[in-house]
Each structure stands twice: as C-alpha cells, then as structure tokens.
Design a protein around this ligand. Structure first.
Ligand code: SF4
Ligand code: FE
Length: 478
C-alpha cells in the first residue's frame, strides 16, 4: 500500500509510459521540472492523510474493505462524508495553492459506484461487482485515479457517429473473449501523469446508434497503446530556469492529452459496454460530484489569494485605507459564497439505491456556475490591490546581479525589502495569471464542464411548474 510520499514517487517511477513535453520524451515525471510541482501537489494528499490533526478529513471508514482508507478512494456513505470531502479539498487548496488533481478520480469512482448498480438492476448485467473488485484494489493499494471524460469532439455540430474521423470520440474498435479494444483520445486530462489508473467515461449522453461510444472502463496508466502529451501553461518555462522567486510556487497542476491507440481492456475492467441509455446519467453524476468539488478546492486557493492580497496591501502601506479593506472584505464574501454552495449541495445529498450518497444536483450546478464567475472577480480584486508591479518586476537574476542587484533592491523596496515584496507579488501573479491562473481562472470556467452545461442542468432542475403554481396562488389565478 502507498503510504508515504516516497512510496508514491517510487510507484510512479515504476510505470513505463510514453510521455512527451515540448516535443521531448520525459522519463521521470516526479523529477522533471515541468511536472514535479504537480507531483508534489498530489503528494500532499498522502502527506496530510498521515497527520493525526487532519485524519478526520482525510481518512474514512470503508464498508467495502472494513478498514480506514484515504478519502480520495472512498465512496461517500452519508451527507457527513460529502461535507468532509469539501472541507478536505479546501484545506488542500490552502496548502498547495493549486489544483491537486486527485479529486477527478474520486468523483469518477463515486459516480460509477451508483451508476453500475443502477445498470445491473435495470439490465441484469454484472458491472457493479466488477467495479467493486476494481475499487477494492484502489482502496487497498491507495492508488491515484485519473478521471477521463472529455473527448476531442471534432465538429461539435455533428453527433459522434457522424464525425468524418470516428476516433474524435473514444470508441470500441474490437472485442474478443478476453476483452475489448478502444481507440480515441481524452483532452485536457487533469493530473493523469500522477495517476496509477485512468477511469474512462463517455463524454456526453449517447443515442442508440452510438453504442460503441457508450463505454466506461479502467486501465493502468502504463497500459500499452497510451501516449501522453503535456499541455502548456502560462509562464511554464520559468520552471526550467531555476529561479524560485520567478516561478512563484512550489506546487502546480498539469493537464495532458491522452491518446488511446488500440488499447486492450480486459472484461473485468469494463463498467459500461453499449448500454447507451446510462451514458447520460453517468456524465451527470460525475459532473455533479466534480462541481461540488470546486466549492472546496477553489475556495482553498481563494484563501491564499485573499491572504496574498492582504499582505500586498500591508507591504505597500495601504492596509488601513477603507477602500482597500472593502475590497478585501468583498473577496472574502465571494470566496465564502462558493464554499456555502459546496456545503449546501453536500448537506442536501441523498442516498442512491446503491447506498452511496449523491450531492444535490441543482445546488452542485449553482456552486460551479458561481465558481465560473466569482474566481475571476476575486482574481481581479487581487490584481487591483497588487498594483502594476505584478507584471513589470525584474527577475530574481537581476535581483542577485552584482551590479544591478543593489539598484533593484533599492527601488523595489517598500515597507519590506524588495525580495519579500517580489515573493508576495510573484505568488499573486502565479495564482492569477501564471500557471496557477490556468487552474484558478480558466479551469474554474471550463473544468467540470463549461458554464453553459451548468445552465442547462439548472434549467432542468428548476421546477418551473411548481414555482408558477406558487405565483398563481398568491396572484389568485386559478
Ligand atoms: Fe480537484 Fe479542484 Fe483540481 Fe478538480 S480543479 S481536480 S476538484 S483540485
Ligand atoms: Fe478540474
């Protein structure tokens, strides 16, 4: 079982994978400067779980194993579990200041647990038992799972089966007595290089003509036929330069394009095979869990941004100005609004027939739709309070230069010395417009589904007729 960060690093190094970054092959993602920060972020999900102070958040009693497991592998057994998840994610956001990546797999495990149960009841299949066998392995070994949902989609005006290139949606191309073969790709996959297993799900609801696309399964991340291409982030080459101040943070996230070139999946790892009627509910449940997640993780990162903005105000000597205090209070208000939504959809969770607890879907979508907007406003206020130096500062190399260093130190000092000021501003830059900004802003917009998908779900769950009846009654309309 993986317990320590060292165990975790060794387990990833043992995987033989085809990983490319900027056109070059990477062998060890735990030490490569482009990927190490994201490895360190996921490592915190192991590290904090070992701290007795956080055990109530990071450990949960698994009825499946009959012992305590890391919550990232746990199936929620109550609304208290759902609330603990949000609190755990907020704490991790506070500690890492970035996307710590492991929640996608947790959300995929929980969605598949209840949906495989429902498929078996409706169709007489045996997916749930298979899935629980896989889940037991994940829990016993304390593995990291990636959750893979988003297909490339090609021409979005066409259905999967109408695409000129059928591989633009991941699909089954062959099968035999032992298993099936799949081809396609999954885009902007969070943290997959730090995962031991990939859990694949359909990207959207599927129709009867799309049975080959209605497929869900798990494969080890070093399965033959898998290729990974690391996505770029703003200012990412700073990680290669070796100046810690200029990078701004020790932690980070990553996304990859994962290509499946005729990957074999044994039947015992297949959890949906052609039952197209269940693709939609699987997407909906996974998305709702992940939209709940954002009410924790982004709030934790928001705490760091608020703290950094407050420090910047102090450093610049404006912390007592009333308009500055107003902006800081506004940032807290926005941040806690997202947290309130994360807690609300958890507290209003409900028991599925499988026994697993599901979040309130309407409130989870409201949570995520708020995240698509409020993070931007928090980042905007942080940039406002930081001042223009945020993007005009010289580098650490200039700061340490024997001739120009004293000049930079003299003219960049404020209430504190230049180096301290630069560290705070670089952190804000990292979190809002640097690699961290990719996670805090763009991922807040598009991660767990772009805003329109939340609007669609909110529209579906709004109970329009009930609301109209309430209005009619008070307007005395019969
Ligand atoms: Fe977890 Fe948040 Fe990253 Fe999604 S965006 S994987 S919920 S930290
Ligand atoms: Fe995400």
């Amino acid at each position: 079982m993986i317990s320590t960060v060292e165990d975790y690093a060794a387990s990833l190094r043992a995987l033989r994978r085809r990983v490319y970054a900027m056109g070059e092959r990477i062998e060890d993602i735990t030490s490569h400067p482009l990927t190490r920060p994201s490895f360190l972020a996921v490592a915190q999900t192991y590290e904090l779980a070992r701290d007795a102070q956080h055990a109530h958040l990071f450990l949960a009693e698994s009825p499946i194993l009959g012992s305590k497991v890391n919550r990232f592998t746990h199936i929620h057994c109550s609304t208290a579990d759902l609330v603990a998840k949000v609190k755990m994610l907020r704490l991790l956001g506070q500690v890492t200041g970035c996307c710590f990546q492991r929640c996608v797999g947790m959300d995929a495990l929980n969605a598949l647990y209840s949906v495989t149960y429902d498929i078996d009841v409706a169709m007489g299949t045996r997916y749930h038992r298979r899935f629980v066998d896989f889940l037991q392995k994940v829990q016993r070994e304390n593995l990291v799972c990636g959750g893979a949902m988003t297909d490339p989609k090609g021409d979005r005006g066409l259905r999967p089966s109408q695409q000129t290139d059928p591989d633009l949606y991941l699909h089954v191309v062959d099968k035999n007595a032992d298993g099936m073969v799949v081809r396609g790709a999954k885009c902007h996959q969070t943290g997959t290089l730090n995962a031991h297993e990939i859990i694949v799900m359909p990207t959207a609801a599927m129709g009867p003509e799309e049975q080959a696309y209605a497929v869900s399964f798990a494969v080890p991340t070093d399965a033959p036929g898998l290729t990974y291409v690391l996505g770029r982030q703003p200012s990412d080459t700073r990680k290669l330069e070796g100046w810690p101040i200029d990078v701004g943070s020790a932690y980070g996230g990553h996304e990859v394009l994962v290509v499946f070139q005729d990957v074999f999946v044994p039947w015992e790892r297949v959890f949906l095979f052609g039952e197209h009627q269940f693709a939609g509910v699987l997407v909906e449940r996974f998305a709702a869990y992940h939209r709940q997640s954002y009410g924790g993780c982004k709030v934790g990162v928001g705490d760091v941004i608020v703290g950094a903005a407050a420090l910047a105000a102090e450093i610049h000597g404006v912390d007592r100005a009333s308009h500055v205090r107003d902006k800081l209070v506004e940032m807290v208000h926005l941040n806690e609004t997202m947290y309130a939504c994360g807690l609300a959809c958890s507290s209003e969770g409900w028991r599925t027939p499988s026994g697993a607890y599901m979040v309130d879907v309407l409130l989870a979508n409201v949570c995520k739709l708020n995240v698509t907007r409020l993070t931007y406003e928090i980042a905007r206020l942080a940039e406002d309070l930081a001042g223009g130096l945020l993007v005009t500062m010289p580098s650490q190399a200039d700061l340490e230069h024997p001739e120009i260093g004293p000049l930079v130190r003299k003219y960049l000092s404020a209430r504190v010395n230049a180096e301290t000021r630069m560290r705070v501003l670089r952190l804000i830059e990292f979190l809002t417009t640097g690699p961290g900004g990719a996670a805090y802003r763009t991922e807040s917009m598009h991660g767990a589904g772009s805003p329109q998908t939340q609007r669609v779900m909110i529209g579906r769950q709004a109970q329009w007729e009930k609301k109209k009846e309430l209005a009619k009654r008070l307007a005395c309309i019969t």
